[in-house]
Design a protein around this ligand. Structure first.
Ligand SMILES: [Zn+2]
Length: 235
């Protein structure tokens, strides 16, 4: 039906904020492609970056396989992704051009850490550049004009949704996907003192209360010139 491209910062961002929605997209027949821009290289107290990159790639592959999602990598490392950078923007242009999605989901522009915010800005900027025929990058094709949906912030902080997706039938699978990121369940226990799957369940329940269902995920459409829509793309 549609091609959905999720461009998120870290392996586990998609799982935390929009996995239920993507499972629902898959069920209605969409193609779902997930591009993790960063490798997740810094997300552990003990495991060194080089080893962690491999572990996190395996965790992401295991998680995405549950949903039947295709996986791509942006090639950035943690705390080494900057929005105001032509090389970085062109990498994201290439991702968008190679997938040519009907709509894009990405991190919120006002999240809690710089890599998430840089990802959001890069996607916004690249989304326009990808449609310009004479803007040359390594992928020769041109993407269509594409609406962008921002996924919820980490911990649902400061985010005012404009659309909700009922994910009640998908909550168990979503939490299974989060549990695939074992290194992050450990890291978030050590660094943030939280139970990651349980917090994600609570956040989905909180969004559910707001729209009258048991579990939901929340989104905000990026409303600028050429990004409006006449129909709902989210399932
Ligand atoms: Zn993240």
């Amino acid at each position: 039906m549609y091609t959905v491209l999720v461009i998120c910062c870290h392996p586990d961002d998609m799982e935390d904020s929009c996995a239920g929605t993507l499972l629902k997209c898959k069920e209605r027949g969409d193609r779902v492609v997930v591009c993790y821009l960063c490798s997740g290289s810094m997300g552990h107290e003990v495991i060194m970056p080089e080893e962690l990159i491999k572990i996190r790639a395996a965790e992401a592959a295991e998680s995405s396989a549950i949903g039947g999602f295709e996986v791509m990598w942006g090639g950035f490392h943690d705390l080494d992704i900057y929005a105001d950078n032509k090389e970085a923007r062109d990498k994201v242009v290439d991702v968008i051009r190679s997938v040519n999605p009907d709509f894009i989901i990405t991190n919120s522009p006002d999240d809690y850490m710089p890599d998430h915010n840089a990802t959001s800005r890069l996607v916004f900027d690249a989304c326009f550049s990808a449609t310009v025929p004479h803007y040359q990058t390594s992928v020769p094709s041109v993407a269509k004009l594409t609406p962008i949906y921002y996924m919820d912030t980490t911990g649902n902080m400061g985010f005012v949704p404009t659309e909700y997706v009922d994910i009640t039938p998908y909550i168990d699978k979503k939490l299974d996907m989060i549990r695939c990121h074992k290194s992050q369940v450990e890291w978030l226990k050590d660094h943030d003192n939280i139970d990651f799957p349980e917090i994600s369940r609570i956040n989905s329940a909180y969004r559910g209360i707001q729209c009258g269902v048991e579990y939901a995920e929340a989104f905000r459409q990026c409303m600028v010139y050429l990004k409006g829509t006449t129909k709902r793309y989210l399932p």
